[in-house]
Design a protein around this ligand. Structure first.
Ligand code: ADP
Ligand code: DP6
Ligand code: CO
Length: 362
């Protein structure tokens, strides 16, 4: 048992994890419980100073059940996803000793002790900016740190994956690939880093927040309906994505912005086409999203080479990847021209390490 005699000690750790945005999208599961995807995907992990989750996980003999608070409000942990993450981390827990506090928790103790978890997203939750990715990656990481789990990032990614598929890619910085894997038990469905955050540091990411409201159809429900009804999804997963993954890996390796932007935009548009091909159709983008696409497409075509790539997750918010600082500056000027600060179309812009916020929502 615990070396500490007293029952009122608390041992806690805090972790911070950035979100990631896919440039080749994950949309569709072949196994709902284990969260195994129908195709590989590739993402870029964002600068943690703006879009990230901060999670504190605490353990104490005074806690009588596992509990969690998200953005200050208690949420239920009874869902299978939270239970999977807790179970998988607990199964790998090791002894913890904190001499300064006189706390010793053995491997066996972890099976009997309860945890309290408090998590905050510093950006809109469930609005299509991948809160589930940062959220579950941070949960797996914080619990892993608390319980002294020795697994490496890829092994942890397979646990985060069971919370939310996109979460497995947030355990690494830079460009990351989620390998779909072949095994039925999911043991080979995990994330690997393609290049670290220093590779291709010319790129500047600008996020145009069109709406921070919660989406009507969660990613989980949306992709389930697409798998059940969209023939385009089947074609995309089997015929299109495998080729695109290889091309995207080449583009990233060679810092080939023309290929990168062509593939990124095409894949975002195909993902939203799959949503339209779903019965009933799902509309994640809105008129403002479509206007942003037109502005970028026209601009790219008027230049010798593309300046900006766009991609939209399951929501109306635009993630714009500029080839360099000059292109990012020009992009912001264009956005400010088409969507003046007093218009209602965009609520804020988040730019690399700077942010021009119009409201207090961000
Ligand atoms: P998003 O586009 O923001 O990822 P999803 O529909 O995929 O939207 O997921 C939203 C859900 O993810 C939330 O309803 C919540 O269950 C979960 N989630 C979001 N943030 C966190 C967090 N910090 N910790 C744990 N779970 C989270
Ligand atoms: C459009 O990972 O949020 O952002 O696995 O059901 O939690 P669940 O879904 P989630 O889906 C993300 C979909 C996407 C594309 C992507 O991130 O690859
Ligand atoms: Co999500």
């Amino acid at each position: 048992m615990m070396a500490s005699e007293s029952q009122n000690w608390v041992f806690m750790v805090t972790a911070q994890t950035p979100t990631n945005i896919a440039v080749i999208k994950y949309w569709g599961k072949r196994d709902e419980t284990l969260i195994l995807p129908v195709n590989d995907s590739i993402s870029v992990t964002l600068d943690p100073s703006h879009l990230c989750t901060t999670t504190t996980a605490a353990v104490s003999p005074a806690f009588h059940q596992d509990r969690m608070w998200l953005n200050g409000k208690e949420i239920s942990l009874s869902g299978g996803r939270f239970q999977s993450c807790l179970r998988e981390i607990r199964a790998r827990a090791c002894d913890v000793e904190d001499e300064t506090k006189g706390i010793k928790i053995t491997k066996e103790d972890w099976g009997k002790l309860h945890v309290h978890i408090a998590s905050y997203n510093n950006f809109p939750t469930a609005a299509g900016l991948a809160s589930s990715a940062a959220g579950f990656a941070c949960l797996a990481y914080a619990l892993g740190k608390l319980m002294n789990v020795k697994e490496d990032e890829s092994q942890l990614s397979a646990i985060a994956r069971q919370g939310s598929g996109s979460a497995c890619r947030s355990l690494f910085g830079g460009f990351v690939k989620w390998i779909m894997g072949k095994e039925d038990n999911g043991s080979d469905s995990l994330a690997v880093q393609l290049t670290d955050e220093k590779h291709w540091d010319d790129l500047v990411i600008v996020i145009a927040v069109v709406s921070s409201r919660q989406k009507e159809t969660s990613s989980t429900t949306g992709m389930r309906e697409s798998v059940e009804t969209s023939l385009l999804l089947q074609h995309r997963a089997k015929e299109i994505v495998p080729k695109r993954i290889l091309q995207m890996e080449e583009a990233i390796k060679n810092r080939d912005f023309a290929s990168f932007s062509q593939l990124t935009c095409a894949d975002s548009n195909q993902f939203h086409a799959v949503c339209l091909d779903t019965c009933p159709p799902i509309f994640y983008m809105n008129d403002t999203s479509h206007r942003i696409i037109s502005i970028v497409e026209k601009w790219n075509r008027s230049e010798e080479a593309p300046q900006v790539a766009y991609t939209f997750d399951a929501g109306p918010n635009a993630v714009l990847i500029a080839r360099n600082r000059k292109a990012a500056t020009s992009l912001i000027q264009r956005l400010l021209y088409y969507f003046p600060p007093n218009s209602d179309d965009l609520s804020s812009y988040i730019i690399g390490d700077k942010s021009i916020a119009k409201d207090a929502g961000i």
